[in-house]
Structure formats: C-alpha cells, structure tokens
Design a protein around this ligand. Structure first.
Ligand code: SF4
Ligand code: SF4
Ligand code: SF4
Length: 291
C-alpha cells in the first residue's frame, strides 16, 4: 500500500498524535533556543549582544539543554547523564539527586520513552529521513538487531564512563548535538548523528532508536512502570496487524496485546507515539491510564 493509500485508509476522528507530537518536538527546540536569543546572543554559539544584553542566558528564568536546565532556579538534570557523571567521577552529590528526581519521577509515572516519542529531536529527524526514504523509493534490506540490545548498551556506557572517567555518551550524544549545537554551536555528537542517518538509510529502519541508543535503553527500563499505556479492545480488533506495521518502536511490542494475551502494550520501550492508535481501522486502540 502506498503512503497516500495508507493515509486515506486511516480512520477519521482520531486524535492527530503525529501532528501534535511534531509540533511539541519543534516547540521544545524553540524553547531551548529562546533564552539564548533573549539574552542578546545569536544561536549556534554566536555572542552578538549589545551593551544592553543580559550577560548570560543563565540569568533568565529558563535556560539549559536537554541534559541540564534551570527553571526558576530549580535545576533539572537528565537522569542518565547524572548516572554517567556518578560513574565517571566515582562520587555522588545530593544536589544531583535533587536535580534528577523531577524528570525521573515524571517520566516514570507517564512512561519513560515518552521522552523518545515527544521530546527527542533525533526521533523527529529520523521520521523525516524515513519519510524521505519512502518518497524517494529507497528500499533497505532490514538487518534485525534485538531491541533490548539498547539496555545493554546503556550498561556498557556506564561501565565505560567509570573506566575512562568521563561521561561517554554525553560526549558523543546525537541528542545533545542537536540541542546544544543549535543553542551553543559545536560539533560533538555530529559524527554519531551522521552514522545514525547512514544506518537508517542503508542498514535498517529505525535501528538506532529501536535497538542501540543507550538513552532509549535507559528509558526502556524506566518505562516498565509507566502508568500511561496503549490499551486494546479485543472485541473490536480484527487482527489486521496494521498497528504493528506503523509502530515507531518495534512491531513485536504490540504482539501480546494484538494476540489477546494482554490488554495493554506493556513493553517498556513503547514511546506513546500514538501511530498505532491513529492507524487502527476499527478504533480498537486507545490511551489508558493505569496498568
Ligand atoms: S532512542 Fe535515543 S535517539 Fe532515539 S528517540 Fe530515544 S533518546 Fe532519542
Ligand atoms: S505501540 Fe503504538 S504508541 Fe507504542 S511505540 Fe508502537 S506505535 Fe507508538
Ligand atoms: S488493534 Fe487495530 S490495527 Fe491492530 S490488529 Fe487490531 S484492528 Fe488491526
């Protein structure tokens, strides 16, 4: 089925998850860029502010990146970045714990990989690459990589951070590259991002996010306890498997629900992207709070 036919076959009256998600992803990038511009700097590391400019964006109520930000003086830290810092420095600070708790609690309560689906700019970029690939009719032979590999990569990153005494993924992160690059400039992580795009084009569909990204692996573990889930109505489902074909994570995470063994998508790596819900022709899928 072509993209156009697929689009026409989608049921009407569903919440437009994909459009809303993309708007949120772009707004988050804008949100991080605004303080820098407001402080009189230019983006990409430029500092063109005049005499009236605020000396530093950190003086504003909101400032930071996805790894570390400050909202009205409250520090928000990416929990996985903190774990890497603890491993690298072999020390622990109560401030780090206080800084990581708000994000950890929010993501744990909702679903860890909601970060991947709704916040991470790499996901947005890879969806654009995927769309382009379809438009240009570039067919890729899929090379399956087990989806839980990313959890072991996350563990490996922590061990490596301890051995090398620096937070390894923070230095190479494509997520940091996009946000920090827009705000401050810099190329760290650019090679990782290029490798991810090449893997997307020539190795397999979403292989980085599905199976390799350590941040995704960390949030997969956190996501196991999430309270917001995709639920299925077994009486309505006709077993067409269209939901599996569009899943942004991996078709197999929908299997227990579609096969009748579970009433929700329980896998920790569901990113609540809503693609399956939008696509289901009989509206058998929806969002449910609670497990
Ligand atoms: S798996 Fe990694 S790169 Fe992909 S969306 Fe999640 S955090 Fe971003
Ligand atoms: S199960 Fe549905 S909501 Fe979860 S990642 Fe797959 S398509 Fe997105
Ligand atoms: S949940 Fe919807 S899309 Fe998925 S198999 Fe059932 S009917 Fe098809």
């Amino acid at each position: 089925m072509s993209d156009e036919q697929e689009k026409k076959s989608q049921p009407k009256g569903r919440f437009p998850f994909t459009v809303v998600r993309h708007v949120v992803q772009v707004l988050i990038l804008v949100l991080f860029a605004v303080p820098v511009v407001a402080a009189g700097w230019s983006l990409f590391g430029g500092t063109l502010g005049g005499n009236d400019a605020i000396r530093t964006p950190a003086d504003l109520p909101f400032f930071g990146t996805l790894s570390s930000s400050s909202v009205f003086g409250i520090t928000l830290l990416d929990p996985f970045a903190v774990l890497q810092t603890i491993a690298a420095s072999k020390s622990f600070s109560l401030d780090w714990l206080i800084g990581l708790l708000p994000l950890l609690v929010v993501y744990a309560l909702i679903r860890g990989r909601v970060f991947c689906g709704w916040v991470c700019p790499v996901n947005l970029l890879l969806e654009i690459v995927d769309w382009l690939r379809k438009k240009l009719h570039v067919n890729v032979e899929e090379h399956a990589v087990p989806r839980h590999a990313k959890v072991y990569v996350a563990l490996g990153v922590l061990v490596l951070s301890a051995v090398l005494s620096f937070p390894v993924f923070e230095a190479l992160s494509p997520v940091g590259f996009i946000v920090k690059g827009i705000v401050f400039g810099g190329v760290a992580g650019g090679i990782t991002l290029l490798a991810i795009i090449l893997a997307e084009l020539f190795w397999g569909h979403r292989v980085w996010c599905r199976s390799i990204c350590p941040l995704g692996g960390f949030y997969e573990v956190v996501g196991k306890v999430g309270l917001v889930n995709v639920k299925i109505d077994h009486e309505t489902c006709i077993g067409c498997n269209k939901c599996k074909k569009v899943c942004l994570c991996d078709p197999e995470i929908l299997e227990p629900a579609v096969d009748g063994g579970d009433s929700i998508v329980r896998a920790g790596d569901c990113m609540l992207c809503g693609k399956c819900i939008e696509t289901c022709p009989v509206k058998a899928l929806d969002i449910k709070i609670g497990r």
